[in-house]
Design a binder for this molecule. Structure first.
Ligand SMILES: [Ca+2]
Ligand SMILES: [Ca+2]
Length: 422
């Protein structure tokens, strides 16, 4: 199975399927099926990024870069009824405040700028804020390309949880800006004009393949039972009561009803499952057509027009997919990497661009990889780079000698390589 390089764009707060998805992502990484380049939050809640940090720390990968959408008018406190609030309060983590997370567009751009062409899979299981801002971003110190050009060159595929492709046409809900037609059975605010506008822009402008795992894949029962709810969570009762995944699910239900039944739909997990493993024996994909999302939230699929968009459907029965997903959520093999990565090579000063550049370092441990580079000057950590370049104009002091160490997901540093600039 080819190893995917994944950036997960998530909205952990009101629904624990995001935690189920992050647990599954960590376990797939442990199996060597993917590397997690970053996890990026799209919510306005201060605790969401902290909960991501708690999850990464729980899975012994505290150094994975965390991004955060900073475009909201203000960041607000999460509801104490939501698990992100709880995880931030109870579990150890590597960042102390949402302010320590990287601004999402800058993080996306820094990672993409140093990536090999068409090497990255972006899995969006939250709202579309970050990817919208990325597509609209301008040239910066990391890359002379604008957001669309950078995505076109570096991103192999965007897989998103959203839309509704029942019989090729349906009303969307939640992530893509939904429709109030589907809100009659719930008090959720499905129709959201801002999300709808952003998602329509992304569908129309994404220059890389854009594949949707529609609402009916992971969660078909609410509106039309014949499409099958992929329900997971009850198996988590076998985990220790303090396990972060079990705690997230139980906390979610404790604040809403009771905790005997902690089954939840698997919308986010189905999208990631496909993003990492592809069709496999679980999904069928319809590719090379065009999706249209209307202002009213009607989602239409047209395969008579050649395009780069597509959607997936379940190929197996819902319970078989649910069993596989729940197994991946709970795999929990030991992931702690005790050996540092290799040192970087070919460190060079690019005088024209006023940058230091190097070749990507690797870690030979299965389930581990290099996530960042620590830059030291006079024995002090002065910068963390998320790609293979150091933009010197970003640094506060004009020091002359820099030492650079690769950092793996476990947070272990390689030996230093140093460079002096005259
Ligand atoms: Ca989600
Ligand atoms: Ca290692």
């Amino acid at each position: 199975m080819a190893q995917k390089k994944i950036i997960l764009d998530t909205d952990p707060s009101a629904d624990p399927d995001d935690v189920g998805c992050m647990a599954m992502l960590h376990n797939l990484a442990t199996l060597g099926e993917c590397e997690i380049l970053a996890i990026i939050n799209s919510t306005e809640f201060k605790q969401s990024t902290l909960s991501i940090s708690a999850i990464n720390t729980f899975y012994s990968r505290p150094a994975i870069p965390i991004g955060d959408y900073h475009g909201y008018a203000q960041k607000v406190e999460a509801s104490p009824n939501n698990y992100d609030h709880h995880l931030a309060r109870v579990y150890p983590r590597s960042i102390n405040s949402w302010k320590e997370a990287q601004e999402s567009v800058a993080l996306y751009r820094e990672i993409l700028a140093s990536a090999e062409d068409r090497s990255i899979t972006i899995a969006i299981i939250g709202t579309m804020h970050n990817f919208y801002a990325l597509l609209r971003s301008e040239e910066d110190a990391f890359s002379s390309m604008d957001g669309k050009a950078l995505v076109e060159q570096k991103v192999a595929e965007v897989v998103t949880m959203g839309g509704n492709f029942i019989e090729g046409k349906g009303y969307d809900r939640t992530n893509w800006g939904g429709s109030n037609v589907l809100c009659s059975y719930t008090d959720w605010s499905c129709l959201n004009e801002e999300r709808n506008r952003m998602c329509r822009y992304e569908i129309d402008h994404c220059p890389s393949p854009f594949i949707a795992s529609g609402w009916e894949v992971g969660c078909g029962d609410y509106y039309n039972a014949q499409y099958g709810n992929v329900m997971t969570g009850q198996g988590l009762k076998q985990l220790d009561t303090s396990h972060i995944l079990r705690r997230s699910y139980e906390y979610h239900f404790l604040t809403r009803r009771e905790t005997a039944d902690i089954m939840r739909h698997s919308n986010d997990q189905c999208a990631l499952h496909f993003a990492v493993r592809g069709e496999g024996h679980n999904y069928t994909s319809h590719l090379n057509g065009v999706i249209d999302l209307s202002v009213e939230g009607v989602c239409t699929w047209d395969e008579s027009i050649l395009g780069q968009q597509g959607f997936i459907q379940k190929k197996r029965d819902k319970d078989s997919i649910a069993a596989e997903i729940e197994m991946l959520m709970m795999l929990d093999q030991d992931v702690s990497d005790m050996t540092p990565p290799e040192a970087i090579k070919h460190l060079l000063y690019d005088a024209q661009q006023h940058k230091i550049v190097w070749d990507a370092a690797t870690d030979s441990t299965i389930g581990s990889w290099v996530v960042a580079y620590h830059v030291y000057s006079e024995d002090r950590l002065v910068h963390v780079a998320f790609g293979t370049q150091l933009v010197l104009s970003d640094l506060p002091m004009a020091n002359k000698t820099y030492e650079i160490r690769a950092v793996n997901a476990a947070g272990l540093e390689s030996e230093s390589q140093s460079i002096s600039i005259e």
